[in-house]
Design a protein around this ligand. Structure first.
Ligand code: NIG
Ligand code: FE
Length: 394
């Protein structure tokens, strides 16, 4: 069994015991054995190890946990982006364009896109990435999307209810039956979660409830796209169904915030249902940003994720999302970094990632900077010097 000591860490973000909400330790070291953190402490007192990685006084933090991404697709929608930047609104209608391209693609073309984007994210510090289906929307295309997603992540999500595809446009009830029946059955072997785009123009709250309940009965965990384009009952539906996460949360009423706050754990460790904010989507659709401060002040656990997809948010960069959240969503740099690491882990109901404490997976990032603050302070700068997943450099 070979051990690795990462030492001479100027500022270690543990998200566990230590200074402030990020559990900061200075002049620290982390000992890794068999892909796990086994010891964290002051660098001068570190135990001996077979190998050593000298962080050179830089900051080290848990790898980013991107809990919301749509990587299985073909083509891009750069022209739609250009039209939006010239004043067109985002409606979600472009999803059907990507569905057409995805259905026409070969398995290997889809696989290459997933690998390219997963690699891109990894180089920017993302050590865990959730991947959704949702651009196939037939039984066979949703199943193959998830099969390909499962090659790159264990956090896979069935999003057969992304939009009603054109061939079902005048019979949405029939499409919901297909999603709950044969499509779910074909998806379940490759999926851990079920998700629905609950929004005007996609699925209403009754259809969303039916689909999420079927997924739950099949053993999948619940997550939901809610309150992105306007107010609605999606967030409250997520709470009703014990969703791990309600995602977007751009348009929230006081009742929505209260419902999320009502899922608080009794030990003060935050809420059972996490609000996942996706500022890349507001950036790329020129929409108002969600108000993270309002959620945080109400005690709601907040996660940040990229929403990486060819329509509303074609970024794989968690550092970019951290910077946006700080500048535009009233989060402090510490809150944003927590949300992009431990928050993402909570949104996936994981306690083995998003933290650097004994027992956790050795998923970490060495920055080209002395502090996590630089992730927001130096936006757009490639600050990820080294990434480690399961204790090895991927
Ligand atoms: O999360 N809102 C629904 N789904 C994606 C957008 C997908 C697309 O435009 O292709 C999202 O923003
Ligand atoms: Fe999304």
């Amino acid at each position: 069994m070979s051990s690795l000591l990462v030492d001479n860490i100027g500022e270690l973000v543990t998200n566990g015991a230590g200074e402030g909400p990020l559990g900061i330790r200075r002049n620290a070291a982390v000992l890794v054995e068999e892909g796990r953190v086994v010891w964290v402490g002051p660098s001068p007192y570190a135990p001996a190890a077979d190998r050593r990685l000298d962080a050179g006084g830089a900051a080290v933090l848990p790898g980013f946990v991107d809990s919301h991404a749509h990587l299985v697709f073909a083509g891009d929608r750069a022209a739609e982006f250009a039209a939006r930047m010239a004043g067109q609104p985002y409606t979600g209608g472009g999803i059907r364009t990507t569905v057409g391209a995805t259905r026409a693609a070969t398995d290997n073309e889809l696989r290459a896109t997933v690998r390219r984007l997963r690699g891109e994210a990894l180089r920017q510090g993302t050590t865990t990435m959730e991947i959704k289906s949702g651009y196939g929307l037939t039984v066979a295309d949703e199943a193959r999307s998830l099969r390909i997603a499962a090659e790159s992540s264990t956090e896979t999500t069935f999003l057969g209810a992304h939009v009603v595809p054109a061939e079902y446009a005048d019979r949405p009830d029939d499409y919901v039956s297909l999603v709950c029946g044969p499509m779910l059955a074909a998806a379940t072997p490759y999926a851990k979660w079920v998700d629905v785009f609950c929004e005007r123009g996609a699925f209403d709250v009754d259809h969303a409830r039916a689909i999420l309940a079927c997924g739950q009965a099949a053993g999948l965990g619940v997550r939901i796209h809610a309150n992105q384009l306007g107010p609605g009952a999606g967030v409250r539906l997520g709470v009703e169904l014990d969703a791990a996460s309600v995602d977007h949360c751009t348009h929230l009423s006081d009742a929505d915030v209260d419902a999320l706050a009502g899922t608080a754990h009794s030990d003060g460790s935050g809420t059972r249902t996490v609000a996942t904010l996706l500022p890349g989507a507001e950036f790329s659709t020129r929409s108002p940003y969600p108000d993270a401060r309002r959620l945080l002040d109400a005690g709601v656990t907040v996660a940040l994720a990229t929403d990486c997809n060819p329509g509303s948010s074609y970024t794989s960069s968690m550092p970019f999302c951290v910077a946006l959240a700080v500048r535009e969503m009233r989060m402090t740099p510490a809150e944003a970094v927590w949300a992009a690491t431990a928050g993402g882990a909570r949104a996936l109901r994981r306690d083995d990632i998003g933290v650097l404490t004994p027992g956790a997976r050795a998923d970490l990032v060495v920055l080209d900077a002395p502090s996590y603050l630089h992730l927001a302070y130096r936006p757009g700068v490639p600050l990820i010097r080294q990434v480690m997943r399961n204790g090895v450099t991927p």
